[in-house]
Design a protein around this ligand. Structure first.
Ligand code: NAP
Length: 490
């Protein structure tokens, strides 16, 4: 700690960043969490050079996966030892309800454990011989990797990048969202305590346009793993193309949830509400477009609206709160703008459509769970990601109609299906142009199962054993077996 501010982790040293001093605040009431000096481009250079040196010198890159795994298991244990403290910190960092942040911290620990296990059990291949030689396919770490994360689920997003990148033997520079730096800094400390060599992990909070941009452009950064908005992802991809640098991009979504007329309506109502309104809709996979089969639409929407009115929105510290504040007043304004746009486009507000008033709601950027009906799928409100608690309700007649509408989106992240007919679920799931389809459930995640995206929702994968390969270069080895010289040279 220097001048009362929080230090950041630059190339093995805890010190203030070179950038401007700023405060991180608790979204529920605007109170200060901490002050820190942001990183700047010089800090990026220091961190990357130190990471490159540490990576070459410390043996982290050497092929000792079981030793690296031991360190990842220790990271998992240290996160578990501090579970409640980290959950409270995550709640203050971005205002998510405490019940959700506990689950995020638990998932981060599980991610390190799983990637440790994956790291020590990954196999390499001896490929089929095609000549007088043995051929092998091997994998090597890339070097210095940048992990750039958004504010909506910091510890989970950061773990999903740090764990596989470290497991693969890389050095990692984490650039958390400027407004939510606290969990990344704690992960930096935990990595050190667990035995990750000094300099291998740096944590550089600061502006994306400064720190993120400098990281992406740095010649010694060999890979960027980015989670965030599609516009930012595209700009990173353009720079990466110039450098011929691989990227993993986990971007935005406008995910369809589909309710067929044969479904258990109560289950579907609960699933749809959870899919859109948990995390106050600030979720890339939020089921923000609901398609209901026409013959049950009125009855289903009535139940949905009625249950929406009973959702508990409130202080994220309260154990019974289902929806906390949005991340900021600026974002609240964006959400309000989309609701106005939906109404201007001819939509009707069926639930919500306003800020809640009185009590705790005066102190933070809350927004009521909102349902808009009467729009067509090509309305802007149905095409653009809102990243807030706003659900567009649409109708469909049959499978073809549904697929045409649901796939008519620039995004391709996720989808949900509610039906009792497993053959229909199979048919439709296979034709939805998304990386994930939930059937009779929604927003469930398993670290064992790859998370991928299509179209403007991204490139590459998180989760699953093969996520480690996102942070590795493949190399082929040919072992000649012929004792005679190669005949060509005579
Ligand atoms: P964002 O504005 O794109 O920011 C994401 C991160 O990128 C932040 O750390 C940001 O820094 C940084 N950044 C901004 N401009 C940059 C640049 N020019 N170069 C490098 N880095 C830059 O997104 P957000 O508003 O934080 O997050 C919401 C978005 O994330 C939504 O679109 C959501 O769907 C998406 N998301 C996707 C997934 C997924 O897995 N597909 C998961 C979660 C969220 P600052 O902090 O300074 O802005």
């Amino acid at each position: 700690m220097s001048d009362g501010t929080l230090d950041i982790l630059v190339g093995g040293a805890w010190r203030p960043g070179n950038g401007a001093r700023y405060a991180t605040t608790f979204p529920a009431d605007g109170s200060s969490n901490a002050e820190l000096h942001a990183a700047d481009a010089a800090d990026v250079d220091d961190a990357v050079e130190a990471a490159d040196r540490a990576w070459r010198a410390t043996g982290w890159r050497d092929p000792m996966p079981h030793d690296r795994a031991r360190v990842l298991y220790r990271i998992a244990d240290l996160i578990r030892d501090r579970h409640e403290e980290l959950a409270q910190l995550q709640m203050r960092d971005n205002g998510k309800p405490i019940t959700e942040t506990r689950a995020l911290v638990a998932s981060a620990a599980n991610t390190f454990q799983f990637m440790g296990a994956a790291c020590e059990t990954m196999e390499e291949e001896i490929t089929p011989p095609r000549g007088d030689y043995v051929t092998m396919s091997t994998w090597e770490p890339m070097g210095v990797v940048a992990a750039i994360t958004p504010w909506n689920s910091p510890i989970a997003s950061e773990a999903q990048k740090l764990a596989p990148a470290l497991a693969a033997g890389n050095a990692v520079i984490v650039k958390p969202a400027e407004v939510t730096p606290l969990l990344a800094l704690e992960l930096g400390r935990i990595c050190e305590q667990a035995g990750v060599p000094s300099g291998i992990v740096s944590v550089l909070p600061g502006k994306g346009s400064v720190v993120g941009d400098a990281l992406v452009r740095h010649p010694k950064v060999r890979k960027v793993s980015f989670t965030g908005g599609t516009a930012t992802g595209k700009s990173i991809a353009a720079i990466a193309a110039e450098k011929m640098m691989p990227v993993t991009l986990e971007l935005g979504g406008k995910s369809p949830t589909v309710v067929f007329d044969d479904t258990d309506l109560d289950h579907a109502v609960n699933g749809v509400l959870f899919g859109i309104f948990s995390s106050s809709g600030e979720s890339c996979i939020a089921g923000s477009r609901l398609f209901v089969q026409s013959d049950i639409a009125d009855a289903f929407i009535e139940r949905l609206v009625s249950k929406t009115e009973s959702l508990r929105i409130g202080d994220p510290r309260d154990e019974v709160t289902q929806m906390g504040p949005l991340i900021s007043h600026a974002h609240q304004g964006v959400v309000e703008g989309y609701v106005r746009m939906g109404v201007d486009e001819g939509g009707q507000v069926l639930a919500g459509g306003a800020r809640p008033e009185g009590g705790v709601f005066e102190a933070g950027p809350y927004y009521r769970p909102t349902i808009i009906g009467g729009l067509a799928n090509d309305a802007r409100m149905c095409q653009e990601e809102i990243f807030g608690p706003v659900l567009a309700v649409l109708r469909f007649d049959d499978e073809e109609d549904l697929l045409a509408q649901a796939n008519d989106s620039v995004f391709g992240l996720a989808a949900g299906l509610w039906t009792q007919d497993y053959k229909r679920a199979w048919r439709v799931a296979r034709r939805l142009d998304t990386g994930t389809v939930w059937i009779n459930t929604y927003k469930q995640f398993s670290i064992t199962t790859p998370f991928t995206a299509r179209k403007a929702s991204g490139i590459g994968r998180d989760k699953g054993r093969m996520a480690i390969r996102e942070y590795m270069n493949q190399k082929s080895l040919y072992w000649g077996l012929n004792d005679a010289p190669i005949p060509w040279a005579g």
